[in-house]
Design a protein around this ligand. Sequence first.
Ligand code: 5GP
Ligand code: MG
Ligand code: MG
Length: 185
Amino acid sequence: MSSQVPEEWKSEVSDILFDSETIQTRIRELGKQLSCDYRNRKPVLLGVLTGSFVFLADLIRNMTCDLEIRFMRAVSYEGTESTGTVTIEGLELLNIQSRDVLLVEDIVDTGLTLKWICEKLEKLQPKSLKICTFLSKKTKRRKTDVPQVDYVGFECEDQFVVGYGFDCDQRLRQLNFVGIYNTNK
Ligand code: 5GP
Ligand code: MG
Ligand code: MG
């Protein structure tokens, strides 16, 4: 990618993986496809906090079908390492029975978070449950029995990414690009 990491982030971000223009172009395509697939179905877009909030905000502004937005929270990482346990908050507030639900995730890495969330959501008996993730990691750590992802923004290599919603200890979410975190700093 030709874009340069802005001076103020150079010590923390080693490279740009997807620049703003590339992201917005892809999201326009995704938005078009989703608008078509969900036409006349008034889907519930269920964002998984915190990472997906930037993606979800851009995605819905590229969708033309009627829709609702809800959020839930899943925590599995501390710093750059998975803690191995997933905590889910906000499920009790969801009313998704008989609704077409589109789960909006930031990234699928091992897929464990997704598996947990889907198991819980299925119990709430949605009419349909599809998954849209901004990034999908090509990782050997991906578990085999995780749910299939229906919509993917981009595939990426097995590196720790920051920006465009992705954090490192709650920082760097505000970057308008996805960068590779500089773990040697
Ligand atoms: P999984 O359960 O699929 O292993 O991990 C999913 C969650 O871990 C994601 O929703 C995200 O919050 C976090 N995660 C996984 N890979 C990365 C990454 O490269 N950067 C950041 N910031 N978070 C990640
Ligand atoms: Mg997530
Ligand atoms: Mg995180």
